[in-house]
Design a binder for this molecule. Structure first.
Ligand SMILES: Nc1nc2c(ncn2[C@@H]2O[C@H](COP(=O)(O)OP(=O)(O)O)[C@@H](O)[C@H]2O)c(=O)[nH]1
Ligand SMILES: [Mg+2]
Length: 204
C-alpha cells in the first residue's frame, strides 16, 4: 500500500492546500466494473496526489476477482481511490473511486454516504458488468452520468444503442471519455455537475 508517508512528513505542497475561497465541497463517487479505469480517472484529474490503496494482484485473487485484461493490469484497488478537483474557486469536488470486485461491495454503503452524484465508467467490451452497478445506484437514488472509457479495440456504439443496452432513461447523460486524459475526465465531472444542477432546478 502506498500512502506516500514520507511525502506527508515533508508537509503539504501548495496544490494540496484547499483555496480559502472554497465554499462548497461535493462528494462524487466513481464506480464501474473491474479495470474500467476508475483509478486512472481519479489519478488523471486530481489536483492533489491521489491517495490510492492499490495492491499488487496476487495468485489468491485469481478466479475470485474478474481477471479480464489482467495480462496488463497488475494492481487492483483494495479500499478506494481518493482525489480532489476544484471546479471553480468556490466549488471543490472530492472524488472517491470504489473498488470494482464483488468481494469489496460491502464497502459501498459507506462510500455512498453523503455522495451527491456518481460517474459510472463503462467498457463497451463488457457492458454487462455495469448492470449491477447501475442497479445499485438506482436503488440508492444516487444521480449519475455514464462515461464510456475508450479502450483500443472496444466497439463504438451510438449513444442511443448504449442507452437501450444499459436500459437508461432519456435524461441520464452518456458521454465518451479517455480516463487517462485530465481534460476528458474533467469534462465528465462537469457533465455530472450540470446534470445535478438540472435536477435541482427541474420543476417537480
Ligand atoms: N487505452 C486506455 N487504457 C486505459 C484507459 N483508462 C484506463 N486504462 C488502463 O486500463 C487498466 C485498468 O485501469 P484502472 O484505472 O486500474 O481500472 P479500475 O479497476 O477501474 O481502477 C490500466 O492498465 C489503465 O492504464 C483509457 O481510457 N484508455
Ligand atoms: Mg482501481
Amino acid at each position: 500500500m502506498d500512502f506516500n508517508s514520507s511525502d506527508t512528513l515533508a508537509g503539504p505542497r501548495r496544490e494540496d492546500v484547499l483555496p480559502a475561497t472554497a465554499a462548497s465541497a461535493v462528494k462524487v463517487v466513481i464506480v464501474g466494473g473491474f479495470g474500467v479505469g476508475k483509478t486512472t480517472m481519479v489519478g488523471s484529474v486530481s489536483e492533489i496526489r491521489p491517495l490510492t490503496t492499490e495492491e499488487t494482484m496476487t495468485q489468491a485473487g485469481i478466479g475470485i476477482d474478474d481477471d479480464y485484461g489482467s495480462a496488463t493490469k497488475t494492481a487492483t484497488t483494495v479500499a478506494m481511490d481518493f482525489g480532489r478537483i476544484s471546479i471553480t474557486e468556490q466549488l471543490v469536488l472530492y472524488l472517491f473511486g470504489t473498488p470494482g470486485q464483488e468481494r469489496f461491495w460491502f464497502l459501498w454503503n459507506g462510500l455512498f454516504e453523503g455522495a451527491l452524484g456518481a460517474v459510472v465508467l463503462v467498457d463497451t467490451r463488457r457492458l454487462e458488468v455495469s448492470f449491477d452497478v447501475i442497479g445499485r445506484l438506482e436503488e440508492r437514488g444516487v444521480p449519475f452520468v455514464v462515461a464510456v472509457n475508450s479502450f483500443p479495440g472496444a466497439p463504438r456504439y451510438p449513444v442511443a444503442e448504449l442507452r437501450a443496452a444499459l436500459d437508461l432513461p432519456e435524461e441520464i447523460p452518456i458521454l465518451h471519455c479517455d480516463a487517462r486524459r485530465r481534460a476528458s475526465s474533467r469534462d465528465v465531472l462537469l457533465s455530472l455537475m450540470r446534470f445535478l444542477h438540472s435536477l435541482s432546478t427541474a420543476p417537480s
